[in-house]
Structures are given as C-alpha cells and as structure tokens.
Design a protein around this ligand. Structure first.
Ligand SMILES: C[S@@+](CC[C@H](N)C(=O)[O-])C[C@H]1O[C@@H](n2cnc3c(N)ncnc32)[C@H](O)[C@@H]1O
Length: 230
C-alpha cells in the first residue's frame, strides 16, 4: 500500500466542538484496542532501568489520556518528573492533568505546533519524547525535520503509529461497531493510509551512529519506533 496523506477532521475542528470531544473519547477506546500505551511502555522499560527521564514530552498529546495510560505502566518514573503535553489544540483533559499531578509529576499543557515548539526547546539531559498517533500527519520532508529536531533535543524517542496495511485498514472501517463517531471513522482510514511500514521512520532519522534504532510492526494494528541515544 502506497503511503498517502489527507487532511484529518480532528485537526481542523476546535477542541470544544462536540464532534471533536466525541472523537477524542473514541481515541481512548482505539488506543486501548491498539494497546499502544502497553507497547510503548514495554519498549522503553530497558532504557528506564539504565536512566530515568527527568522530562517527558508527548507530541500531539490530545486529551493526555494516552500519556496517563503510559505513565501508569511505568511505575519506576520518579516523582517530580516534568510532563509536557504538547498539542496544537487546547485539548488536555483537566482530569488527566490532575491525575498526573496526583502521581507526583509536574504536568504542563502547551498549545503549539509540535515541530516549531520543539525547535525552540533547549537540549536538556534526561528528555524523553513520545508520540502516539502523531507522526502519520506529516510528509517525509516534514518528518525529517521533526525527527532531526527530536534527535537534537532528546535522549530517547518512542512512537506508536498505525501500521499501513490491509488488516488495519479493514479494522478502521469497522469502527462504527464500537460506536465511533463520523469524525473518528473518517480519520481512522486516512490515518492507516498515512501510517508506516518496514523501516520507513528509521530511513528518515538523521544518520548518526550514536543512536540505536528499532522499528517494527507491533500488536495487531501498530507500528513501533524507538530511538535511543547510546
Ligand atoms: C490522532 S490524535 C492523537 C492524540 C493522542 N496522542 C492520543 O493518542 O489520543 C492527533 C493529535 O495531534 C494533534 N496535532 C496534529 N498536528 C499537530 C501539530 N502540527 N502540532 C501539534 N499537535 C498536532 C491533533 O490536535 C491531535 O490532538
């Protein structure tokens, strides 16, 4: 399947539009079905046993529910860790922010374009960047820019995206069965066609032997990428 990009409705709708609110609720169930928080927690556990992050950045965080699910699977994370939820929409759920604070983290939501925001950030030791269902929005050219910025600022990057293939596409067309709304049903098939296969993301990561890259199909529907600075 050739990779193709089309505009997604959720990116265009105001965060408080009821269709966007409904679609973000659908995303919680879709993330549960895809198992992305579990897959990403498992992927980074080895790195966490060597050095814990001091600052976690979630690009395209949406309501933050994915990040909260990931954090819950990472019991070794230290209290006081800064947690940044970056999204172009002010979509962070107040309950999620409260739950992150209650676990001892220092959460902050940032409304900004993820690529431009990252460029303005200092390279701080102990920064981990995460992205769930975010990278597929971008052309290869923009992805090269984004991945280069991440490689400059972070010590670890982990992403989970749709696997671009027949089975995930078929499943995306069945989301009506779990009650997904029209925005989610529209965006899901587009997301799969814009998803990834093989070692595409690795090929767009800046060539640098200091980074160890892993990329593979994961779970039933996902594509996992891990970059770790050695
Ligand atoms: C499919 S949603 C995924 C949200 C969240 N990561 C999750 O798993 O529920 C994609 C998110 O990326 C955000 N987004 C899209 N393009 C963006 C950009 N250039 N900068 C920041 N956020 C962006 C959208 O607003 C949306 O919240």
């Amino acid at each position: 399947m050739e990779r193709s990009l089309q505009a997604e409705l959720l990116d265009e709708l105001p965060a408080d539009d009821p269709r966007a609110v409904g679609s973000r609720r659908d995303l919680r169930r879709i993330n549960a079905l895809m198992g992305n928080a579990r897959l990403m927690a498992r992927a980074v556990r080895g790195a966490a046993s060597q050095a814990l992050p001091r600052r976690i950045v979630d690009l395209g965080a949406g309501d933050g529910a994915f990040l909260l699910g990931w954090v819950r699977r990472m019991p070794s994370l230290a209290p006081g860790t800064e947690v940044l939820l970056v999204d172009r929409h002010a979509a962070a759920d107040a309950g999620v922010v409260t739950a992150l604070s209650a676990r001892g983290f220092r959460p902050r939501s940032v409304q900004a374009d993820g690529v431009e925001w990252l460029r303005t950030q200092p390279a701080e030791t102990g920064t981990w960047v995460l992205a769930n269902l975010f990278l597929h929005h971008f052309t290869p050219e923009r992805l090269r820019e984004l991945l280069s910025a991440i490689a400059e600022k972070a010590e670890l990057f982990c992403a989970c995206e749709p696997h671009r293939g027949g089975w995930p596409l078929a499943a995306s067309r069945m989301l009506g069965l779990i009650g997904a709304n029209a925005v989610t049903r529209h965006d899901a098939a587009i997301s799969v066609r814009a998803g990834f296969q093989g070692r595409e993301l690795s090929s767009w990561w800046p060539a640098n032997p200091r980074w160890r890259l892993r990329e593979r199909r994961a779970g039933l529907f996902s594509h996992l990428f891990l970059a770790q600075r050695m």
